[in-house]
Design a binder for this molecule. Structure first.
Ligand code: SF4
Ligand code: SF4
Ligand code: SF4
Length: 164
């Protein structure tokens, strides 16, 4: 792969990391803000209220209070050519724990594990240390259920798969 392509992929990765997280099953080859009419239909349809009105009035995901159940209501009510429910996975985001996690300060906590239905979070035992969370990237669906219960706001759900 040429250097210039590498640069463009890196730029894409940075841009995606900075962008707001859009709903699940959004087509990967569209510019979301070009297609979305800001009608709010998906926001109104979202059963867990994880879709909020974000910058510019465009819908974005916030896991601050709840998770995505992948109910598909957002994709079903949208009248624009934005969603593709035939995509095998709803999105590429995965949970990531940073070192503000309480276990890094010796505090026992496993709240994230208890919230994770697919059992993607396990705790690594080590002699003389509090067990620390580990995310199974394959099992993680990016649902965000682990975010709200974390007492130290240590979990982000982000794209990890584009690396260079
Ligand atoms: S799939 Fe359901 S829960 Fe997830 S963002 Fe869409 S409407 Fe909300
Ligand atoms: S985002 Fe969902 S599936 Fe992934 S670790 Fe958190 S709770 Fe588990
Ligand atoms: S819930 Fe938060 S503080 Fe507790 S173990 Fe998980 S990431 Fe660490």
């Amino acid at each position: 792969m040429s250097q210039s392509v590498n640069h463009s992929r890196r730029n894409l990765f940075r841009r995606r990391k900075l962008d707001a997280q859009r709903p699940p099953w959004v087509k990967s080859d569209i510019e979301f803000t070009d297609e979305c009419s800001r009608c709010n239909a998906c926001i109104d349809a979202c059963e867990t209220n994880v879709l909020i009105k974000g910058d510019g009035g465009f819908p974005e995901i916030s896991f601050t209070n709840n998770e995505c159940t992948f109910c598909q209501q957002c994709a079903t009510v949208c009248k624009e050519p934005i969603f593709d429910l035939s995509q095998l996975t709803p999105w590429d985001i995965k949970a990531s724990v940073n070192d503000s996690c309480l276990t890094y300060q010796g505090v026992w906590c496993q709240s994230c594990k208890d919230a994770c239905d697919p059992a993607a979070i396990s705790f690594k035992m080590a002699i003389g240390q509090v067990p620390k969370p580990m995310i199974d990237i394959e099992a993680c669906t990016g649902c965000g259920a682990c975010v709200a219960p974390c007492p130290s706001a240590s979990i982000s759900v982000i794209e990890l798969n584009v690396t260079d």
